[in-house]
Design a protein around this ligand. Sequence first.
Ligand code: PXP
Length: 262
Amino acid sequence: MTASLTQPIGRLRLGINIDHVATVRNARGGSYPDPLRAALLAEQAGADGITAHLREDRRHITDTDIDGLVEGLNVPLNFEMAATDEMQAIALRHKPHAVCIVPEKRQELTTEGGLEVARQENKLAHFIAPLREAGCRVSIFIAADKPQIDAAFRIGAPVIELHTGAYCDYHAEGRFDKRDAELERLRDMTRYATDLGLEVHAGHGLTYETVKPIAAFPEVMELNIGHFLIGEAIFSGLDSAVRRMRALMDEARNEAFGTGVA
Ligand code: PXP
């Protein structure tokens, strides 16, 4: 494959989501294992950023975790949150490097779909304005759909994150035609959004098996990966899991665009 970009292909950033370190901790209600410790280890292994989702029900990450991450991280924090007044106030207090707006339902096991931007443009435009004014890089987590991308653009979001969950699910289920169609859609929509001037990130459900085709999109700037790597850490350690994911991302870019990718 050849790059369609006129710009040199940049280094793809890796954000590590540490929510599920907190899930394990909360299973016993104590303070071990500590998500900040995992975040610092991930940093040492090459993470370019740390992502944490403070959910309304605090099922994994807590307010105290966010305080600790803001205080202790050496790489940028990507603060994932729903578009609620409570979360906006927390984000404005901490002013993290990035804020990713996600949909949230109480009953879901994980963030099931992308945010419905098109039907709440006005509300979201007003919601993100103070965050942007505070200097946070706002990203909107959406499905790879043109109407959602257009709406994200219109509300003034500088960044979108495309939901890769369906692509990963089809792969895991062995439904490869559907997986490939979803991959094509993600590729087309990454290009489309980049042409609009949006920065494109991607994530959800990515594994060693599914990461390379996404990492090979020349326009994608950042991947956010959590659950699989925290699971892998049980078997190989977090350092090794993060390094392997990083190596696969670099391999994908080098295979697609030749060596010397920055
Ligand atoms: N990006 C966003 C916006 C997410 O909500 C999540 C899950 O919290 C991820 C990436 C990471 O997904 P996973 O934990 O499945 O790798």
